[in-house]
Design a protein around this ligand. Structure first.
Ligand code: ASP
Length: 348
């Protein structure tokens, strides 16, 4: 069975849908950031979290060669999933509090208006591909845990130990030092041990004909309670595509994103005429208003990080972050680069 959307009946699906909205109205005044990034030529565009620099470059090249938008996006994030050195995604990701790596991923294919997702998947290096198989071969949208693994195994995915020596070492150090009153003897401290690692890759693409897809994949919050599922596999939170409008996705504190359905809201903001960057920043303002007091600092600012990345059907792209100092990866039709993300709050 072919796993490529471009080789299946999806090829003929609704492409070239009318834009249906006035896109790209800028109002990012006074931030020092350009309101709208526009591709230099009518080539494909890809945007991702900063760890997706290689991913956007690969996806962009594959789109230029004519690959389907979702296939290209997934090829892009697979580079991170298979990279044992990246401790936030796929193989090599940091585990839950019991030392088990549990992965989340979701994707949407604009032309066919389909979605697929997996949550708390164990033992499979590429959850983004499993999410695409859910999209391709089932009448469901989300599979989780043991069922998701059995589904993947039925298609020939190999079950492997995803906990690398590097990730195990970090986890063991965290467990040893997690509290003063536990039975684990503390080990010498370093930053890696105490810092709570997060990370995810979200990648959104639009091709030269205006077809759009998105994918997000992650090992989630390190040391999470077993079974915790974040925003990444939630359609409308971790990522969302509307082939008439655009796509958006997120990295950062999933619990904050889920409450506002942030990827959906960002696409909906674009539907109402906002540029991708303004749409992302507007979503973040909503996040602030829905944040519980215990998670706000004395000035009412969230004590966590959250970022959105977005493209629209015209190939305009942008991003927004709660905090300054973040960058995102872009392929603008010609070159891949990292750009500063417009933000709501300057870090002290
Ligand atoms: N959004 C991810 C989650 O909450 C984590 C991250 O992006 O850092 O699972």
């Amino acid at each position: 069975m072919s796993d490529s959307l471009s080789r299946r009946e999806f090829l003929g699906a609704a492409t070239g849908v009318a834009a249906g909205a006035t896109l790209g109205a800028p109002f990012t005044e006074g931030t020092g950031f350009p309101a709208v990034h526009i591709r230099p030529a009518a080539g494909p565009v890809a945007v991702a979290s900063a760890n997706g620099l290689r991913g956007v470059e690969l996806a962009g090249r594959l789109l230029i060669e004519g690959m389907d938008t979702l296939d290209a996006a997934i090829e892009g994030v697979k580079t991170q999933e298979l990279d044992a050195e990246d401790t936030s995604v796929g193989y090599g990701g940091l585990p839950n509090e019991e030392g088990v790596v549990q992965l989340d991923a979701s994707c949407m294919h604009g032309p066919t208006r389909r979605a697929g997702s997996v949550g708390a998947l164990e033992g499979i290096k590429t959850p983004s591909v499993v999410a695409k198989y859910v999209l391709l071969y089932t009448d469901h949208i989300m599979l989780v845990g043991e069922g998701a693994k059995r589904f993947a195994l039925s298609y020939g995915f190999k079950e492997e130990d995803l906990l690398t020596d590097k990730a195990r070492e970090i986890w063991l150090r965290w467990r040893a030092n997690r509290g003063p009153n536990d039975d684990w003897i503390n080990v010498p401290d370093d930053e890696m041990m105490v810092r709570r690692e997060t990370g995810t890759i979200n990648l959104n693409v639009v091709n030269a004909s205006g077809d759009i897809s998105s994918v997000t994949t992650t090992s989630g919050l390190s040391w999470k309670i077993p079974g915790r599922v974040g925003d990444s596999p939630i359609i409308g939170a971790g990522q969302y595509t509307d082939n008439d409008i655009g796509a958006a996705g997120s990295t950062g504190r999933g619990e904050a994103n889920i409450k506002v359905c942030g990827a959906f809201l960002t696409v909906d903001n674009m539907r109402r005429g906002m540029s991708p960057t303004d749409a992302a920043l507007e979503t973040l303002r909503r996040v602030v208003t829905t944040t519980e007091p215990r998670l706000l600092d004395e000035r009412g600012r969230p004590r966590f990080g959250l970022n959105f990345y977005a493209v629209n059907k015209n190939g305009e792209f942008g991003a927004g972050s709660l905090w300054s100092g973040r960058r995102y990866a872009t392929f603008d039709g010609e070159t891949a680069s990292l750009r500063d993300i417009p933000y709501l709050y300057e870090r002290d």
